[in-house]
Design a protein around this ligand. Structure first.
Ligand SMILES: [Zn+2]
Length: 145
């Protein structure tokens, strides 16, 4: 019998490999931690602090390391999600940034263009890209095992 999906309110417990202590994660933290298109390099341990790398934690119930879990979730949705997140959205940021930056700063020297391009890329990759994915194809990643 299939196990019931997780709820945002109750959350899920992950274990810190080093100290073997569990941490209950729920709410927005849980949602963010499970969304494989949101950059998340680490999380905290309720007993010894952090943040520490995701690979130093694993889910208590499935024993799957958090970094492996997030990578696996990416394969559970259409490949276009990953293309959009890794390539298309940052590329749009790069192009738009390199145009808009010089326009706003009224300077089109190379450092301004390059800096704006980098800023545009980062904004798209970290914020807008994942947000758009949730808007066009909302998926409750945290419910997946
Ligand atoms: Zn710990």
């Amino acid at each position: 019998m299939a196990k019931s999906p997780y709820s945002l309110k109750v959350g899920r417990v992950y274990i810190h490999k080093k100290c073997k202590q569990g941490t209950q994660v729920n709410g927005a933290d849980f949602e963010g931690l499970c969304n494989p298109f949101k950059l998340c390099l680490g999380t905290v341990c309720a007993s010894c602090g952090g943040p520490r790398g995701l690979k130093t934690f694993y889910w208590e119930d499935t024993k799957e390391p958090l970094d492996v879990y997030r990578k696996r979730l990416r394969t559970k949705v259409p490949a276009i999600y990953t293309y959009w997140w890794l390539w298309i959205s940052p590329l749009i940021g790069l192009i738009v940034g390199s145009f808009l930056g010089p326009l706003f700063l009224k300077k089109s020297t190379l450092p301004v263009v390059a800096g704006s391009a980098v800023a545009g890329t980062l904004i798209m990759f970290l914020i807008v890209g994942p947000q758009v994915l949730m808007l066009v194809a909302p998926k409750k990643y945290y419910k997946l095992r």
